[in-house]
Design a protein around this ligand. Structure first.
Ligand code: MRU
Length: 361
Protein backbone atom coordinates (compact mmCIF):
# COMPACT_ATOMS: atom_id res chain seq x y z
CA UNK A 1 0.00 0.00 0.00
CA UNK A 2 2.85 2.40 0.86
CA UNK A 3 4.17 2.22 -2.72
CA UNK A 4 0.69 2.76 -4.16
CA UNK A 5 0.24 5.79 -1.91
CA UNK A 6 3.59 7.21 -3.00
CA UNK A 7 2.71 6.63 -6.66
CA UNK A 8 -0.52 8.58 -6.11
CA UNK A 9 1.39 11.65 -4.81
CA UNK A 10 0.92 14.28 -7.53
CA UNK A 11 0.67 17.72 -5.98
CA UNK A 12 3.24 19.48 -3.87
CA UNK A 13 3.07 22.97 -2.44
CA UNK A 14 6.50 23.37 -0.82
CA UNK A 15 9.82 23.07 -2.63
CA UNK A 16 13.27 23.67 -1.13
CA UNK A 17 15.90 24.18 -3.82
CA UNK A 18 18.64 26.55 -5.01
CA UNK A 19 18.94 28.08 -1.50
CA UNK A 20 15.33 29.31 -1.59
CA UNK A 21 11.89 28.22 -0.44
CA UNK A 22 9.33 27.96 -3.24
CA UNK A 23 5.65 28.03 -2.27
CA UNK A 24 2.68 27.34 -4.53
CA UNK A 25 0.29 30.27 -4.08
CA UNK A 26 -2.85 28.65 -2.61
CA UNK A 27 -4.83 31.90 -2.78
CA UNK A 28 -5.20 31.65 -6.55
CA UNK A 29 -5.65 27.90 -7.00
CA UNK A 30 -7.22 26.22 -8.90
CA UNK A 31 -7.24 28.95 -11.55
CA UNK A 32 -3.53 29.74 -11.53
CA UNK A 33 -0.51 27.66 -10.53
CA UNK A 34 1.89 30.36 -9.43
CA UNK A 35 5.05 29.72 -7.40
CA UNK A 36 6.81 32.40 -5.33
CA UNK A 37 10.43 32.21 -4.12
CA UNK A 38 11.33 33.28 -0.56
CA UNK A 39 14.78 33.97 0.82
CA UNK A 40 14.02 35.66 4.16
CA UNK A 41 12.16 34.82 7.38
CA UNK A 42 10.03 37.94 7.00
CA UNK A 43 9.04 36.85 3.50
CA UNK A 44 8.04 33.38 4.73
CA UNK A 45 6.11 34.89 7.67
CA UNK A 46 4.25 37.12 5.20
CA UNK A 47 3.41 34.09 3.04
CA UNK A 48 1.99 32.27 6.08
CA UNK A 49 -0.02 35.29 7.28
CA UNK A 50 -1.45 36.03 3.83
CA UNK A 51 -2.40 32.35 3.16
CA UNK A 52 0.01 31.75 0.26
CA UNK A 53 0.81 28.64 2.30
CA UNK A 54 -1.76 27.25 4.75
CA UNK A 55 -2.64 24.09 6.60
CA UNK A 56 -1.05 23.28 9.95
CA UNK A 57 1.80 20.95 8.88
CA UNK A 58 2.64 23.06 5.80
CA UNK A 59 2.89 26.17 7.96
CA UNK A 60 5.29 24.39 10.36
CA UNK A 61 7.49 23.09 7.54
CA UNK A 62 7.62 26.54 5.88
CA UNK A 63 8.59 28.18 9.17
CA UNK A 64 11.43 25.68 9.64
CA UNK A 65 12.78 26.56 6.18
CA UNK A 66 12.26 30.22 7.10
CA UNK A 67 14.76 29.79 9.94
CA UNK A 68 17.26 28.11 7.61
CA UNK A 69 16.91 31.07 5.22
CA UNK A 70 17.29 33.54 8.07
CA UNK A 71 20.46 31.78 9.28
CA UNK A 72 21.99 32.13 5.83
CA UNK A 73 21.15 35.84 5.78
CA UNK A 74 22.41 36.49 9.35
CA UNK A 75 25.67 34.64 8.71
CA UNK A 76 26.25 36.74 5.58
CA UNK A 77 25.68 39.90 7.64
CA UNK A 78 28.43 38.82 10.10
CA UNK A 79 28.52 39.40 13.87
CA UNK A 80 26.62 37.26 16.37
CA UNK A 81 24.35 35.60 13.84
CA UNK A 82 22.78 33.18 16.34
CA UNK A 83 21.72 36.11 18.53
CA UNK A 84 20.31 37.99 15.53
CA UNK A 85 18.28 34.91 14.63
CA UNK A 86 16.11 35.43 17.75
CA UNK A 87 14.25 38.18 15.86
CA UNK A 88 13.54 35.79 12.99
CA UNK A 89 12.06 33.21 15.35
CA UNK A 90 9.79 35.97 16.70
CA UNK A 91 8.67 37.17 13.26
CA UNK A 92 7.75 33.64 12.22
CA UNK A 93 6.03 32.81 15.53
CA UNK A 94 3.81 35.86 15.13
CA UNK A 95 2.56 34.89 11.67
CA UNK A 96 -0.48 32.82 12.76
CA UNK A 97 -1.57 31.80 16.28
CA UNK A 98 -3.66 28.61 16.22
CA UNK A 99 -1.79 25.80 14.44
CA UNK A 100 0.70 24.48 16.99
CA UNK A 101 2.79 22.85 14.24
CA UNK A 102 4.27 26.30 13.63
CA UNK A 103 5.58 26.54 17.20
CA UNK A 104 6.54 22.87 17.27
CA UNK A 105 8.70 23.33 14.15
CA UNK A 106 10.27 26.55 15.47
CA UNK A 107 11.09 24.75 18.75
CA UNK A 108 12.77 21.95 16.82
CA UNK A 109 14.88 24.52 14.95
CA UNK A 110 15.68 26.29 18.24
CA UNK A 111 16.74 22.98 19.83
CA UNK A 112 18.96 22.17 16.84
CA UNK A 113 20.59 25.58 17.16
CA UNK A 114 21.11 25.01 20.90
CA UNK A 115 22.76 21.63 20.23
CA UNK A 116 25.46 23.25 18.06
CA UNK A 117 28.71 23.38 19.95
CA UNK A 118 29.42 26.99 19.06
CA UNK A 119 32.92 26.33 17.74
CA UNK A 120 31.91 24.96 14.32
CA UNK A 121 32.16 27.18 11.26
CA UNK A 122 28.97 29.12 10.40
CA UNK A 123 28.67 27.06 7.23
CA UNK A 124 28.58 23.81 9.21
CA UNK A 125 25.97 25.36 11.52
CA UNK A 126 23.92 26.47 8.50
CA UNK A 127 24.09 22.98 6.99
CA UNK A 128 22.80 21.53 10.28
CA UNK A 129 19.83 23.93 10.35
CA UNK A 130 18.99 23.24 6.71
CA UNK A 131 19.17 19.50 7.37
CA UNK A 132 16.81 19.89 10.33
CA UNK A 133 14.23 21.73 8.20
CA UNK A 134 14.47 19.03 5.52
CA UNK A 135 14.06 16.34 8.23
CA UNK A 136 10.90 18.07 9.52
CA UNK A 137 9.54 18.10 5.97
CA UNK A 138 10.38 14.44 5.27
CA UNK A 139 9.07 13.19 8.60
CA UNK A 140 5.72 14.88 7.94
CA UNK A 141 5.56 13.09 4.62
CA UNK A 142 6.26 9.76 6.35
CA UNK A 143 3.64 10.50 9.01
CA UNK A 144 1.07 11.14 6.27
CA UNK A 145 1.65 7.70 4.79
CA UNK A 146 1.32 5.95 8.14
CA UNK A 147 -1.85 7.84 9.06
CA UNK A 148 -3.39 7.17 5.65
CA UNK A 149 -3.01 3.44 6.14
CA UNK A 150 -4.19 3.47 9.77
CA UNK A 151 -7.25 5.57 8.94
CA UNK A 152 -8.22 3.37 5.98
CA UNK A 153 -7.88 0.29 8.22
CA UNK A 154 -10.15 1.94 10.79
CA UNK A 155 -12.82 2.61 8.17
CA UNK A 156 -12.71 -1.02 7.07
CA UNK A 157 -12.87 -2.26 10.66
CA UNK A 158 -15.98 -0.26 11.49
CA UNK A 159 -17.97 -0.16 8.27
CA UNK A 160 -16.58 -2.35 5.52
CA UNK A 161 -16.89 -1.32 1.91
CA UNK A 162 -18.17 1.73 0.04
CA UNK A 163 -18.36 4.79 2.19
CA UNK A 164 -19.77 8.22 1.53
CA UNK A 165 -17.66 10.61 3.58
CA UNK A 166 -17.74 14.30 4.37
CA UNK A 167 -14.63 16.44 4.83
CA UNK A 168 -13.99 20.05 5.74
CA UNK A 169 -11.36 22.59 4.66
CA UNK A 170 -8.27 21.24 2.85
CA UNK A 171 -6.08 18.62 4.49
CA UNK A 172 -4.35 17.24 1.42
CA UNK A 173 -0.95 17.53 -0.22
CA UNK A 174 -1.39 21.31 -0.26
CA UNK A 175 -1.73 21.46 3.53
CA UNK A 176 1.13 19.12 4.44
CA UNK A 177 4.59 17.92 3.50
CA UNK A 178 3.24 15.00 1.52
CA UNK A 179 0.07 13.12 1.02
CA UNK A 180 -2.34 14.77 3.41
CA UNK A 181 -3.90 13.98 6.78
CA UNK A 182 -7.69 13.54 6.52
CA UNK A 183 -7.43 13.65 2.73
CA UNK A 184 -4.60 11.11 2.93
CA UNK A 185 -6.96 8.70 4.69
CA UNK A 186 -9.61 9.35 2.05
CA UNK A 187 -7.06 8.74 -0.72
CA UNK A 188 -5.89 5.47 0.83
CA UNK A 189 -9.50 4.33 1.39
CA UNK A 190 -10.23 5.17 -2.26
CA UNK A 191 -7.22 3.16 -3.46
CA UNK A 192 -8.64 0.26 -1.45
CA UNK A 193 -12.02 0.63 -3.19
CA UNK A 194 -13.87 1.89 -0.12
CA UNK A 195 -14.93 5.39 -1.21
CA UNK A 196 -18.11 5.89 -3.18
CA UNK A 197 -18.18 9.68 -2.92
CA UNK A 198 -16.57 12.53 -0.97
CA UNK A 199 -18.64 15.54 -0.01
CA UNK A 200 -16.34 18.54 0.41
CA UNK A 201 -17.61 21.42 2.51
CA UNK A 202 -17.05 24.64 0.60
CA UNK A 203 -15.31 26.12 3.70
CA UNK A 204 -16.16 29.80 3.86
CA UNK A 205 -14.63 32.29 3.63
CA UNK A 206 -11.37 31.10 2.00
CA UNK A 207 -13.06 28.24 0.10
CA UNK A 208 -10.34 25.71 0.89
CA UNK A 209 -12.95 22.99 0.22
CA UNK A 210 -14.35 24.08 -3.13
CA UNK A 211 -11.03 25.43 -4.49
CA UNK A 212 -8.38 23.13 -3.04
CA UNK A 213 -9.90 19.85 -1.78
CA UNK A 214 -12.19 19.50 -4.80
CA UNK A 215 -9.22 20.23 -7.11
CA UNK A 216 -6.95 17.68 -5.41
CA UNK A 217 -9.62 14.95 -5.43
CA UNK A 218 -10.80 15.63 -8.99
CA UNK A 219 -7.15 15.48 -10.20
CA UNK A 220 -7.01 11.95 -8.86
CA UNK A 221 -10.37 10.85 -10.20
CA UNK A 222 -11.92 10.52 -6.75
CA UNK A 223 -15.68 11.29 -6.96
CA UNK A 224 -16.23 14.60 -5.19
CA UNK A 225 -19.22 16.87 -4.70
CA UNK A 226 -18.94 20.33 -3.17
CA UNK A 227 -21.63 21.49 -0.74
CA UNK A 228 -22.32 24.69 1.17
CA UNK A 229 -21.06 24.41 4.76
CA UNK A 230 -24.62 24.85 5.98
CA UNK A 231 -25.77 21.75 4.01
CA UNK A 232 -23.73 19.33 6.14
CA UNK A 233 -26.45 18.23 8.60
CA UNK A 234 -28.91 17.79 5.72
CA UNK A 235 -26.33 15.64 3.89
CA UNK A 236 -25.86 13.46 6.98
CA UNK A 237 -29.62 12.93 7.11
CA UNK A 238 -30.17 12.25 3.41
CA UNK A 239 -26.99 11.00 1.71
CA UNK A 240 -25.88 8.08 3.85
CA UNK A 241 -22.70 9.72 5.12
CA UNK A 242 -20.84 7.20 7.30
CA UNK A 243 -17.79 9.21 8.33
CA UNK A 244 -16.81 12.83 8.81
CA UNK A 245 -13.03 12.95 8.35
CA UNK A 246 -11.15 16.15 9.22
CA UNK A 247 -7.67 17.39 10.11
CA UNK A 248 -6.58 19.48 13.08
CA UNK A 249 -4.59 22.60 13.89
CA UNK A 250 -4.07 21.87 17.58
CA UNK A 251 -5.12 18.97 19.81
CA UNK A 252 -4.89 19.49 23.56
CA UNK A 253 -3.95 17.05 26.34
CA UNK A 254 -7.60 15.99 26.86
CA UNK A 255 -8.23 15.32 23.15
CA UNK A 256 -10.10 18.54 22.30
CA UNK A 257 -9.45 19.53 18.66
CA UNK A 258 -9.08 22.96 17.09
CA UNK A 259 -9.72 22.89 13.36
CA UNK A 260 -11.19 25.09 10.63
CA UNK A 261 -14.29 27.02 11.71
CA UNK A 262 -17.34 24.84 11.16
CA UNK A 263 -15.74 21.61 12.38
CA UNK A 264 -17.47 21.82 15.78
CA UNK A 265 -20.93 22.04 14.25
CA UNK A 266 -20.08 19.06 12.02
CA UNK A 267 -19.20 17.01 15.10
CA UNK A 268 -22.46 17.98 16.84
CA UNK A 269 -24.48 17.05 13.75
CA UNK A 270 -22.49 13.80 13.30
CA UNK A 271 -23.26 12.74 16.88
CA UNK A 272 -26.96 13.45 16.31
CA UNK A 273 -27.05 11.40 13.11
CA UNK A 274 -24.88 8.50 14.31
CA UNK A 275 -22.13 9.41 11.81
CA UNK A 276 -18.61 8.52 12.97
CA UNK A 277 -16.15 11.40 13.40
CA UNK A 278 -12.43 10.93 12.65
CA UNK A 279 -9.64 13.47 13.21
CA UNK A 280 -6.35 12.81 11.40
CA UNK A 281 -3.24 14.71 12.49
CA UNK A 282 0.47 14.07 13.09
CA UNK A 283 1.73 14.18 16.69
CA UNK A 284 3.31 17.58 15.87
CA UNK A 285 -0.30 18.89 16.08
CA UNK A 286 -0.70 17.66 19.68
CA UNK A 287 -0.03 20.27 22.35
CA UNK A 288 0.31 18.47 25.68
CA UNK A 289 1.09 21.81 27.37
CA UNK A 290 -2.56 22.86 27.09
CA UNK A 291 -5.05 21.04 29.31
CA UNK A 292 -8.11 21.68 27.16
CA UNK A 293 -9.37 23.40 24.03
CA UNK A 294 -10.45 26.41 26.11
CA UNK A 295 -6.76 27.39 26.23
CA UNK A 296 -6.21 27.41 22.45
CA UNK A 297 -5.74 30.87 20.90
CA UNK A 298 -8.31 31.16 18.12
CA UNK A 299 -7.24 33.31 15.18
CA UNK A 300 -9.68 36.02 14.15
CA UNK A 301 -9.14 37.47 10.70
CA UNK A 302 -10.51 40.63 9.12
CA UNK A 303 -14.28 40.86 8.70
CA UNK A 304 -13.60 41.93 5.13
CA UNK A 305 -12.86 38.27 4.31
CA UNK A 306 -16.54 37.49 5.02
CA UNK A 307 -18.10 40.57 3.47
CA UNK A 308 -16.16 40.47 0.20
CA UNK A 309 -15.87 37.84 -2.52
CA UNK A 310 -12.95 38.14 -4.93
CA UNK A 311 -12.42 41.72 -3.77
CA UNK A 312 -16.08 42.59 -4.51
CA UNK A 313 -18.27 43.73 -1.63
CA UNK A 314 -21.17 41.25 -1.19
CA UNK A 315 -22.31 42.05 2.35
CA UNK A 316 -23.79 45.13 4.01
CA UNK A 317 -21.50 47.78 5.42
CA UNK A 318 -21.46 46.34 8.96
CA UNK A 319 -19.03 44.64 11.34
CA UNK A 320 -18.30 40.97 10.74
CA UNK A 321 -16.98 38.40 13.23
CA UNK A 322 -14.47 36.11 11.54
CA UNK A 323 -12.95 33.45 13.85
CA UNK A 324 -11.20 31.01 11.52
CA UNK A 325 -10.98 28.01 13.86
CA UNK A 326 -13.22 26.41 16.46
CA UNK A 327 -12.78 23.72 19.10
CA UNK A 328 -14.50 20.34 18.96
CA UNK A 329 -14.75 18.76 22.41
CA UNK A 330 -13.12 15.32 22.77
CA UNK A 331 -16.40 13.65 23.69
CA UNK A 332 -17.74 14.26 20.16
CA UNK A 333 -14.76 12.50 18.54
CA UNK A 334 -14.71 8.79 17.70
CA UNK A 335 -11.04 8.56 16.77
CA UNK A 336 -7.86 10.60 16.52
CA UNK A 337 -5.48 9.03 14.01
CA UNK A 338 -1.78 9.90 14.31
CA UNK A 339 1.48 8.36 13.07
CA UNK A 340 1.94 6.93 16.60
CA UNK A 341 -1.35 5.07 16.45
CA UNK A 342 -5.08 5.63 16.93
CA UNK A 343 -6.89 6.89 20.01
CA UNK A 344 -10.57 5.93 20.05
CA UNK A 345 -12.91 8.02 22.25
CA UNK A 346 -10.01 10.31 23.29
CA UNK A 347 -9.46 11.49 26.87
CA UNK A 348 -6.51 12.76 28.92
CA UNK A 349 -5.20 9.32 29.92
CA UNK A 350 -5.35 7.93 26.37
CA UNK A 351 -3.67 11.02 24.90
CA UNK A 352 -0.82 10.75 27.46
CA UNK A 353 -0.31 7.09 26.58
CA UNK A 354 -0.28 7.89 22.85
CA UNK A 355 2.39 10.55 23.28
CA UNK A 356 4.66 8.01 25.05
CA UNK A 357 4.57 5.77 21.99
CA UNK A 358 7.11 5.78 19.16
CA UNK A 359 6.13 6.54 15.56
CA UNK A 360 4.83 3.40 13.90
CA UNK A 361 7.09 3.63 10.85
O1 MRU B 1 -6.76 28.46 7.64
P1 MRU B 1 -6.11 27.22 7.11
O2 MRU B 1 -6.45 26.93 5.69
O3 MRU B 1 -4.63 27.17 7.41
O4 MRU B 1 -6.77 26.05 7.98
C1 MRU B 1 -6.41 24.72 7.72
C2 MRU B 1 -7.18 23.75 8.51
O5 MRU B 1 -7.99 24.08 9.35
C3 MRU B 1 -6.87 22.29 8.29
O6 MRU B 1 -7.99 21.51 8.50
C4 MRU B 1 -5.78 21.86 9.27
O7 MRU B 1 -4.69 22.72 9.23
C5 MRU B 1 -5.31 20.50 9.02
S1 MRU B 1 -4.32 20.44 7.54
C6 MRU B 1 -3.63 18.95 7.37
Amino acid sequence: MRDRLLAAEKVKAIDWRDDALYLLDQRVLPFEETWHAYTTAAGVAGAIRSMVVRGAPAIGISAAYGIALAARQRIAEGGDWAMALVQDFTVLAESRPTAVNLFWALNRMRDRLARLKGNESPLVALAALEAEAVAIHLSDREANLTMAQLGADLIRKHQGNLQTVLTHCNTGALATGGFGTALGVIRAAHLEGMIERVYADETRPWLQGSRLTAWELANEGIPVTVNADSAAAHLMKTKGITWVIVGADRITANGDVANKIGTYQLAVAAMHHGVRFMVVAPSSTIDMALASGDDIPIEEREGRELLELGGQRVGADVDAFNPVFDVTPADLIDAIVTEKGIVERPDTAKMALLMCRKRLH
